[in-house]
Design a protein around this ligand. Structure first.
Ligand SMILES: [Zn+2]
Length: 403
């Protein structure tokens, strides 16, 4: 994925001369907390060339964005209290340059930069908690030798300006999935072998590819995106789990198109455009693990909801979800019920139902790791529950269609 972006950037940069006269508008600057620091996202109308520098008294890091102008409505100064970055300032430095300045409490920081397209963004990650990170290291080395801490990134879908699907009485997908993710974090708190990181803990908007970027940067072991399904057919109901792959299944294409916020037509075009990336060896290597992960989590949710709430099990499916494309670790996407179905909307609004889902996701993650250890120490097996469930789900769906 990253290689793809580099190729893409090179192409764009080679075209740059043609459009040299066109000014890049710096449309937005936003930030949020990541582990040990903050992520600052500068969004522009096009790709921006920049230079950077550091200054003393006070400690500052600045970026000069070339050939660009500033959206006049943007705040010029942001004060931060929680992080070692005390202040972010931005302004039109000269006629052609926008300058962004970070002020620090001390010189103890590191940063990384990445550019993404669609929309164009310059992303600056600033790690400012170096002292506490270093002081933690000796403690980690004292842990028993076999102690493995698993990093799991849970991604509550949508957020902020993107509500996701909305139920018949107005319940929003973004609120339901955030609450389930927060419940998972709470449930995992007492498990010392897990570290849970949420891509968002509040009602904020995060573009799809920034979500896996968080997981990749943290070198997470798993990436799990949580969503609620919707269909024009208000009778559609039940639980589905998705893996990243292409598909010819119209229903799966429709679900992916909705989650990707594009048309079904564009979704079908994408299959060809992204095919070479998905076929990469790296992805193939992760595929079996993602199949197992999806299987264990899906079976756990499906059996829990089937026994207590009589929810149908629609099986594990495949589709091309943007949010999973960049993940460098086993990943899956959960559609925890249909918010468009009046009965399931009512259930999704219920705290017990959400807690039941959160618990079953935690159980599924536990199972995945327990069985992974067994597979490693015993032998490889192709007896995955996911395949049987998949088939079962398909038959059920076919039946549902006939009714
Ligand atoms: Zn969604």
């Amino acid at each position: 994925m990253f290689r793809f972006f580099i190729i893409f950037l090179c192409l764009l940069l080679s075209l740059e001369g043609v459009f040299a006269e066109e000014r890049v508008l710096i449309k937005d600057l936003r930030y949020y907390e990541i582990a040990n620091g903050i992520r600052v996202v500068i969004e522009g109308s096009g790709i921006v060339e920049f230079s950077k520098g550091q200054l003393k008294n006070p400690e500052r890091l600045f970026f000069d964005l070339k050939n660009s102008s500033l959206n006049k409505e943007l705040r010029r100064e942001i004060l931060l209290n929680k992080s070692a970055v005390s202040k972010i300032r931005l302004g039109q430095f000269d006629a052609n340059t926008v300058r962004v300045v970070f002020e620090f409490v001390n010189a103890n920081y590191e940063f990384k930069i990445i550019q993404l397209e669609d929309p164009y963004r310059l992303i600056i990650d600033i790690y400012s908690d170096l002292e506490s990170r270093e002081s933690k290291e000796p403690r980690i080395s004292k842990e028993p030798k076999n102690f493995l801490k698993r990093k799991i990134v849970i991604d509550p879908g949508h957020g902020g300006k993107d509500p996701g699907a909305i139920g018949p009485t107005g319940l929003m997908e973004k609120d339901v999935v955030l609450d389930v993710a927060l419940k998972i974090k709470e449930l995992m708190k007492n498990k010392p072998n897990y570290e849970i990181i949420l891509t968002r803990e509040k009602d904020i908007f995060i573009p799809l590819n920034e979500r896996t970027e968080i997981a990749n940067r943290l070198k997470a072991d798993l990436f799990i995106s949580i969503h609620a399904n919707a269909s024009p057919n208000s009778y559609a109901k039940g639980i589905e789990t998705y893996l990243l792959n292409w598909t010819d299944d119209e229903e799966a294409i429709r679900v992916a198109a909705r989650e990707n916020a594009i048309s079904v037509k564009k979704m079908k075009q994408l299959k060809g455009e992204l095919g070479f990336m998905l076929a990469s060896l790296e992805r193939e290597a992760k595929r079996d693990e993602s199949v197992r992960l999806a299987g264990y989590i899906h079976n756990s949710i499906a059996s829990s909801l089937k026994s207590s709430f009589l929810r149908p099990d629609n099986g594990v499916k495949q589709a091309l979800f943007y949010v999973l494309v960049g993940a460098e670790m086993p990943s899956c996407l959960l559609e925890i019920s249909y918010i468009s179905n009046p009965e399931e909307e009512r259930l999704l609004a219920d705290d017990d139902y959400r807690m039941r889902i959160a618990k079953s996701i935690v159980d599924g993650i536990d199972n995945y790791f327990i069985k992974s250890e067994k597979i490693k120490t015993v032998k490889y097996t192709d007896n995955y529950p996911v395949r049987a469930e998949s088939k079962k789900g398909k038959n059920k769906k076919d039946k549902a269609k006939k009714l």
